[in-house]
Ligand binder design. Structure first.
Ligand code: XMP
Length: 321
């Protein structure tokens, strides 16, 4: 597909949607297509666009990897149900936790999540479905980052372990490839997605596995998931670029019910940034930070310490893993 940039300023969403839907429908013809929805902005927009073009001839899967935020699979499926789009949730939690078991190195953890997603889960769905068309929410920034070597791999066939020569006939459709994030958000709004989706803050592909320092276990995910839900709820009105809760690996002494408790530490990060390349901690009011700490220590079992990161990026990165 054409990868000439269309800036958000010059983007005419109505024409864009009509043209892309027509292109998708013509390419797929009488066949059908498949895609994986993550709930992020790009995959949500491409899912709705694909369904406008193909209706039920697009089969959309939401792969529940067990490391998502609170109620994520159900709430995303509910948003799409309201829009008349059926999403099939695939429970693959055990596969992801098995792949993450024993891993502590950040890159190995990222790789385990990526490999399990593509090779173990999605590749099987693609093959079983018989679909020859894959719909992908790739945007121009993804291509730039692949070319610059920032992202390891963009070739989806390679990710899926499909050799296009051998498995003749597979085609990838990337209708958003001319847009950047601001353009994708505009298309999402024009398609009728709710602002809670098209204005969503960034969230990493490796999901909450990126928010647990050290080995990822279902128990640790549960802790960071609860802390994340409280953090996102309390910081929703800050206009920050991104906010997050991180579970540390080491414990610190605290006290609970009059007894010493060697407990868990949660670190909060909240960033002001334009494009994630540089970032500064948001100047949150002391009272808000204090309330946040009260809620996390009061509601998340085992947490005795809550800190707020004050370092800028660089030298920090936004995520801790
Ligand atoms: P860093 O930590 O590199 O993050 O300062 C910059 C932005 O990228 C997001 N991020 C990721 N997104 N997979 C993703 O899809 C990843 O492995 C990943 N690591 C970081 C991060 O949330 C921030 O918005």
């Amino acid at each position: 597909m054409n990868a000439t940039e269309i800036s958000a300023g010059e983007l005419d969403t109505k024409t864009f949607i009509e043209e892309k839907a027509k292109e998708i429908a013509e390419t797929v013809g009488d066949g059908f297509a498949i895609n994986a929805l993550s709930g992020g902005v790009d995959s949500s927009v491409v899912t709705l666009l694909g369904h406008q073009a193909l209706g039920p001839r697009l089969k959309t899967y939401f792969i529940d990897n067990g490391i998502m935020r609170q109620n994520e699979p159900e709430s995303i499926a509910a948003v799409f149900k309201k829009l008349g789009v059926r999403i099939d949730i695939v429970n693959a939690q055990d596969k992801f936790f098995k792949a993450l078991k024993g891993l502590t190195d950040p890159e190995e953890k990222r790789e385990a999540v990526t490999q399990t997603f593509y090779k173990d889960v999605f590749a099987k769905l693609v093959k079983e479905s018989g679909a020859k068309f894959l719909l992908q929410g790739t945007i121009l920034t993804d291509i730039d980052e692949t070319v610059a070597g920032i992202k390891r791999q963009h070739n989806v066939f390679e990710q899926l372990g499909i050799d296009p020569q051998k498995a003749f006939g597979y085609k990838i459709l990337e209708p958003l490839v001319q847009l950047r994030k601001d353009g994708v958000r505009k298309v999402g709004e024009a398609l009728g997605l709710p602002p809670s989706i098209y204005q969503r803050m960034p969230f990493p592909g490796p999901a909450l596995a990126a928010r647990v320092i050290g080995e990822v276990t279902p128990e640790k995910i549960q802790v960071v998931r609860q802390a994340t839900a409280i953090t996102e709820e309390m910081l929703v009105n800050t206009q920050a670029f991104q906010s997050m809760a991180i579970l540390h690996n080491d414990r610190v002494t605290g006290m609970r019910d009059g007894k010493r408790d060697f407990g868990l530490q949660i670190e909060i990060r909240c960033w002001d940034s334009i494009d994630a390349r540089q970032a500064r901690p948001t100047e949150l009011p002391y009272a808000l930070l204090s309330q946040l700490a009260q809620r996390i220590t009061g509601e998340v079992p085992g947490v005795v310490s809550v800190t707020y990161n004050m370092a800028t990026k660089p030298p920090s990165t936004m995520e801790a893993v």
